[in-house]
Write a protein that binds this ligand. Structure first.
Ligand code: FAD
Length: 393
């Protein structure tokens, strides 16, 4: 079965879906409202499930080559003592690939490079979606051409709504869904300007209501992120200075990471998530994918991995099912329970980790982590990362 598809949103999820659909012979147009196709963000960890999805889409090797495997690391307290060490080699043995860390811009560039430029339309905002018959869907697009009397709207056999956490298409298709809510946490993050000496590939450090983490890249630079309990909308005139002051007495290499960062490199976002699960990931011939379907907090590093799983699963369903309808039914059945359960687990991980503030609760959690047998952290990661893409072709 081939056909035509419009993918709304050129983030990691939308580009991965477009790559998959093209692999199985579909004609694809990606519409992205930004004028420049890129990813705003610092770095990203990809767990084995995300890497296996990329393998299915033909990009696993390229991403592995550009990324740094995470073999050493774990969770610490602000004074530097270890709560749990991660056995990255054991994980890689169990899952066939290590977790990797990669700059988001590099991952996005690799995805973009796998698509011909003629299927990407930037500066084009989808404003509505509607079915024009039983098998056709139209996306209304504002790219400025209406003002010049031209019609920028697109019609196709399938629409993939990959327009992120604030998805406009989700709002049109599920008008009674309450949409995303503020998670209670805000994140400041950046990539260092220069390489920073770090004895580990990644670390997380939990204080009370605060987490500082870093991921080392292949070239020695690192991304760091500071996640804080906060009311929404709080902003600082000098974000880097605010982070330095909040984490001033935290262990090495945190001061060095902040020292190696340019003030204008710091990004600050409030974290929103879908706490009310969507009742379906499809509506007629529209499939919701990535954050549009299941925006989750970043506490398990799984949001993009789930978007990549969505893309590989949608591709496999369309390649093997007899009709678009049965493919979308299978996509919904396979993706909704899994991604919504990962989203719940990410919320729980945040509550037990970064968001915990009561000193007794923090002490009890830290003691439990220190006493846990070494295999516990490996099993916790395996629980979400152990996923095999459905076969096609
Ligand atoms: P997005 O990246 O939001 O892309 C949506 C795209 O749609 C955007 O380009 C937007 O401009 C476009 N768009 C929106 N509306 C329209 C419209 N109407 N018309 C046209 N275009 C539109 N995940 C991991 O797997 N590992 C990690 O380590 C990790 N770390 C994270 C750290 C932080 C601090 C945060 C906040 C998230 C993290 N995530 C991580 C989650 C991950 O970033 C997201 O889940 C992922 O980027 C979602 O991709 P997406 O393509 O679904 O959405």
């Amino acid at each position: 079965m081939g056909g035509s598809a419009v993918v709304v949103g050129g983030g990691i999820g939308g580009l991965a879906a477009a790559i998959g659909l093209r692999l199985i012979g579909w004609e694809v147009t990606v519409v992205e409202r930004a004028e420049v196709l890129s990813d705003v963000g610092a770095g990203i960890s990809l767990h084995a499930n995300g890497i296996h999805a990329l393998d299915a889409l033909g990009l696993g090797e390229a991403v592995r080559a550009a990324a740094r495997p995470q073999y050493t690391g774990g969770t610490r307290t602000p004074s530097g003592s270890w709560l749990a060490r991660m056995d990255g080699a054991a994980l890689a043995r169990a899952l066939g690939t290590p977790i990797v860390g990669i700059p988001r811009a590099e991952l996005h560039r690799l995805l973009r490079a796998a698509l011909p430029s003629e299927c990407l339309r930037v500066g084009a905002e989808a404003t509505d979606v509607e079915h024009t018959g039983t098998t056709r869907v139209r996306v209304s697009v504002d790219d400025g051409s209406l003002r010049s009397g031209l019609d920028a709207n697109l019609e196709a056999d399938l629409v993939v709504a990959a327009d992120g956490v604030n998805s406009r298409l989700r709002g049109r298709l599920f008008p009674r869904h309450p949409g995303p809510v503020y998670s209670g946490s805000t994140v400041l993050r950046a990539i260092t300007e220069q390489p920073v000496a770090s004895r580990t590939d990644f670390e997380l450090t939990w204080g009370r209501g605060a987490e500082f983490g870093h991921i080392a890249f292949r070239d020695g630079r690192a991304e760091w992120h500071a996640v804080l309990n906060s009311p929404p909308g709080v902003r600082h005139a000098d974000a880097l200075a605010a982070v330095r002051s909040r984490f001033a007495d935290w262990h090495a290499p945190i001061p060095a990471l902040l020292e190696a960062t340019r003030p204008d490199a710091v990004l600050h976002h409030d974290i929103h998530e879908l706490t009310t699960p969507l009742p379906a990931y499809t509506a007629g011939r529209v499939a919701l994918l990535g954050d549009a379907a299941h925006a989750m907090t970043p506490h398990l590093g799984q949001g993009a991995c789930q978007a990549l799983e969505d893309a590989a699963t949608l591709t496999a369903a369309l390649a093997t099912e007899p009709t678009v309808e049965s493919a979308l039914a299978r996509y919904d059945a396979e993706r909704r329970p899994r991604s919504q359960s990962v989203a719940r687990a990410a919320r729980r991980a945040g509550r037990m980790g970064q968001q915990l503030t009561h000193p007794l609760a923090v002490a009890a959690r830290n003691t439990a982590l220190r006493l846990a047998p070494s295999g516990v952290t490996v099993r916790a990661v395996l629980q979400h990362a152990d996923w095999t893409p459905p076969a096609w072709g």
